[in-house]
Design a protein around this ligand. Sequence first.
Ligand code: KG4
Ligand code: ZN
Length: 341
Amino acid sequence: MSHLILGIESSCDDTSAAVLRDEVLLSNVMASQEVHRQYGGVIPELASRAHQQNIVPVVHQALVQAGVTMDEIDAIAFTRGPGLLGSLLVGTSFAKGLSVSSGKPLVEVNHLQGHILSHFIQQPDQPKQPPKFPFLALLVSGGHSQIVRVDDYLTYEVIGHTIDDAVGEAFDKCAKIMGLGYPGGPVIDRLAKEGDPQRFTFAKPRIPDLNYSFSGIKTSLLYFLRDQVALDPDFIQKNQTDICASYQKTLIDILMDKLLKAVKLTGIREVAIAGGVSANSGLRNRILEEGKKRGWVTHIPEFKFTTDNAAMIAITGLYKFRSGSRAELDLAPISRALDYH
Ligand code: KG4
Ligand code: ZN
């Protein structure tokens, strides 16, 4: 039987709504919040206000573009967390209101699960081969860095995670220190392409198991730049591309070291990347290269499914809905990943 799912995402600074017919994407509407750029980071209070303004037109547009009415929708999937509490509250409350007024069931979605399951979204007339279970997912975003073993749509085990900052934060902070604006990932990615990744070296952390740490490298960049700028005030401008290339290479090396270890430990050679940082061209190339060399089946997401979007919430909602999962109206959002079960 065919299912129509409406997905709603509001965990950070993008308001998004999407409609899926089974795995096939019918619409994916996004309102990005420009207001944060001038502050060099997301301001939670401004984010929730912008979600309030955007959510009604965004959901409306998603239904219109999909050519469906609320009557035809089988379930409303919404991001319960993790994310900014004020932002999550807007999406959660809206989804509940819509559920009451339309009589449609609600399905709660873990945002991180959404990033991983984005690999299962199909686009009309562009069939793709999704990952086969079990697979390993390197989930890298602005808030999280994890290696996840995925045994089924809804069966996961986080086998490695960051003990401090996420890798996306390491990109964003670097850009902030260098005066390159927010978000940092895309601009560093662009500048790194023109630079020499061997020019500078940054110390890599020594963390046991499959865990990550990204706070040390940030500090090491800060001290390095401070020392260099003391000698030459124009150091950053003159060496921008080489700094970005060297810093980005170090971050990718750190990510890959543990991913290689995870493949060795689990024997799983089906490998996917997901989350905002999986838009990084250096990381995408590197994973393809390693995969080719080592005989992995690699899965690189389409750009529009790397950063936050509601299509990934809808696809997760679809699998949860089919498994019988339903959310109650008194369900509260959850801001921390660790509190999510
Ligand atoms: O998944 P996402 O949209 O939001 C969270 O769930 O956190 O990820 C946002 C993060 C930001 O840190 C941003 O700088 C990073 O993804 N990002 C990138 C690139 N595009 C976005 N990082 C590196 N290279 C990129 N091209
Ligand atoms: Zn995200």
